[in-house]
Design a protein around this ligand. Structure first.
Ligand code: SF4
Length: 82
């Protein structure tokens, strides 16, 4: 079944919460550094500079709207087969 791999290049996050507003099922703010991250449910990797998640395909539109609207274009995604 296809899934969506999504990652955030956190270094350049300006913490405006656009992704969280558009797609709270996938994105949230980190309480410590104030930058965006993938929600725990889907997170597979996390560091200061990068947060990675694998989400169900039905969240693709949600992820895409966040990626298109991020003002610094640091949200990326691709379809993967699992
Ligand atoms: S939309 Fe982009 S800049 Fe804004 S909080 Fe999300 S990842 Fe950070």
């Amino acid at each position: 079944m296809a899934k969506i791999k999504v990652w955030i290049d956190r270094d350049q996050c300006i913490a405006d919460m656009v992704c969280v507003s558009l797609c709270p099922d996938v994105f949230e703010m980190n309480d410590e550094d104030g930058k965006s991250q993938i929600v725990e449910q889907y997170r597979v990797e996390h560091s200061e500079s990068k947060s990675v998640g694998i989400v169900p395909e039905d969240l693709e539109d949600c992820v895409a709207s966040a990626a298109e609207s991020c003002p610094v274009s640091i949200i990326h995604y691709e379809k993967i087969e699992e």
